[in-house]
Design a protein around this ligand. Structure first.
Ligand code: DAH
Length: 356
C-alpha cells in the first residue's frame, strides 16, 4: 500500500508533467490544474488517503505529495509564462509597423479638361482686367435673345436650337436653357457700373448631338464697354488671348460676318498650330487639321447700339466689343486634338480623360 502509494504518486507526477508540457493554451493549463491539484483533483484524492497511514509513513508520503504538488504548480506557472511570452511575440510580429516606411499613395484623380480650360481662360483674361461673372444658365428669352436685338420670331434665332422651359411666361418672355453666354451682356450692363470688363464662362444648351456637337457645352463671353472702345481694342485683346493660350507664334484674323448683337461683326480665326498657318503639312499635303492655315474659333464684334440701349447705356457716349467662343472647341485647338466624336468629353470614360 505504502509502496503502492509512492508509485501512484510518481506515475501521477509523470502524467501531469506530460500534460503540462503538451498544453498549448491557458485554458488547457487551467483544466490540468483542476484535474490534478484542484479540490477534487487526483492528487488531492491521493492525499486524502494519507489519513489511513501510520504517522511515519504519512509524513513520508505526505512530504512527497506536497513536493509533487509544488513541482506541478511551478510547472503550470512557468508554462503559463511561456505561453504568454509566445503570444506576445506573435502579437508583436503581427502588429509590427515601421513608421518610417514610405506610405502607399491613394490613386489621385485630376480635374476634367474642360475645368482646366475654364480656369486657364479666366486667368488669362483676369490679367488684362476682366472679371469672371456668373449669370443664370436658365434665363428669360429677353436676355438670351430679345435684348440682343433679336425680336420675337426673328429668323436669326433659328441658329440657336433652343430648349424652352415648361415654366410660366413672364414679361421677359419664356424661360430658356441659355443657348449661348451672350445672355450675360445686358445683365452685366444693367448693373450700371462703367467700365464693363466681363468674362462670362458658363454652360450652354442646344438641341444638337452629333460627332461635332454636344447638347451641353461651354462658352466664354467677353464684354468690354467704355468710352472710346474701338475695333483695335478688340483685335488687341484677341491677339493677346491667342498668344497667351495657344502660344506666342500664333496669329489671329478677323473675317466679316453677321450677328444681330454686334455691328460690325466678325468671325475670328487663329493660325493653325500644326502647319504654322501655311495650310500644308511637312509632307507638302494639305494640313490635316485645318486644310487652309486657319482655324475658326468663334464670333466677335462691336456691341450693337440697341444692345447698349437695352442695358441702359448711352451708345453716343459709350462703345464696346464682345466675343463668344466655345470652351471645348478652343481647348481642342490648343492641344492640336482631333477627336472623332466630341461627345467623348462627357462620357466619363477614364481611359480617355486620364490622358489630359
Ligand atoms: N453668341 C454667339 C453664338 O453663340 C457668339 C458670339 C458672337 C458672341 C459674337 C458675341 C459676339 O459676344 O459678339 O454663336
Amino acid at each position: 500500500m505504502n509502496k503502492n502509494m509512492q508509485d501512484q504518486l510518481n506515475a501521477l507526477k509523470l502524467e501531469m508533467e506530460q500534460a503540462v508540457s503538451k498544453a498549448k493554451t491557458d485554458n488547457e493549463l487551467g483544466e490540468i490544474e483542476v484535474k490534478y491539484v484542484g479540490r477534487k483533483g487526483q492528487l488531492t484524492a491521493v492525499l486524502k488517503g494519507l489519513a489511513a497511514l501510520d504517522a511515519k509513513k504519512r509524513a513520508k508520503i505526505g512530504a512527497l505529495a506536497n513536493l509533487i504538488k509544488q513541482d506541478i504548480s511551478h510547472a503550470i506557472a512557468s508554462k503559463k509564462a511561456e505561453l504568454q511570452d509566445a503570444s506576445l511575440g506573435t502579437l508583436a510580429d503581427a502588429e509590427h509597423a515601421d513608421v518610417t516606411e514610405p506610405g502607399i499613395r491613394p490613386p489621385e484623380g485630376h480635374l476634367h479638361l474642360v475645368t482646366v480650360a475654364i480656369r486657364e481662360i479666366s486667368a488669362i483674361f483676369e490679367k488684362i482686367g476682366f472679371t469672371r461673372t456668373r449669370y443664370p444658365e436658365v434665363d428669360w428669352d429677353y436676355y438670351a435673345f430679345e435684348s440682343l436685338n433679336m425680336p420675337p420670331d426673328h429668323p436669326a434665332r433659328d441658329e440657336w436650337e433652343t430648349f424652352f422651359m415648361d415654366a410660366p411666361v413672364s414679361k421677359k418672355g419664356k424661360m430658356v436653357l441659355t443657348p449661348h453666354t451672350s445672355n450675360a451682356q445686358v445683365r452685366e450692363l444693367e448693373r450700371g457700373e462703367m467700365p464693363v470688363r466681363m468674362i462670362n464662362i458658363a454652360k450652354c444648351y442646344r438641341r444638337q448631338s452629333d460627332a461635332t456637337h454636344v447638347p451641353m457645352f461651354h462658352q466664354f463671353e467677353g464684354l468690354y464697354v467704355d468710352k472710346g472702345v474701338a475695333i483695335t481694342h478688340l483685335r488687341g485683346a484677341l491677339e493677346y488671348f491667342a498668344k497667351a493660350f495657344f502660344g506666342p507664334e500664333r496669329k489671329t484674323r478677323l473675317r466679316p460676318h453677321h450677328f444681330r448683337f454686334t455691328e460690325p461683326s466678325f468671325e475670328i480665326d487663329v493660325s493653325c498650330g500644326v502647319c504654322n498657318g501655311t495650310g500644308f503639312g511637312a509632307d507638302k499635303q494639305k494640313c490635316r487639321v485645318c486644310k487652309r492655315g486657319w482655324l475658326e474659333i468663334g464670333g466677335a464684334g462691336m456691341v450693337h447700339p440697341n444692345v447698349l440701349k437695352a442695358g441702359g447705356v448711352d451708345p453716343k457716349k459709350y462703345s464696346g466689343f464682345a466675343f463668344g467662343w466655345g470652351v471645348e472647341r478652343t481647348y481642342m485647338m490648343k492641344e492640336g486634338m482631333q477627336i472623332d466624336d466630341i461627345r467623348i468629353l462627357y462620357k466619363q470614360d477614364v481611359r480617355f480623360l486620364k490622358q489630359f
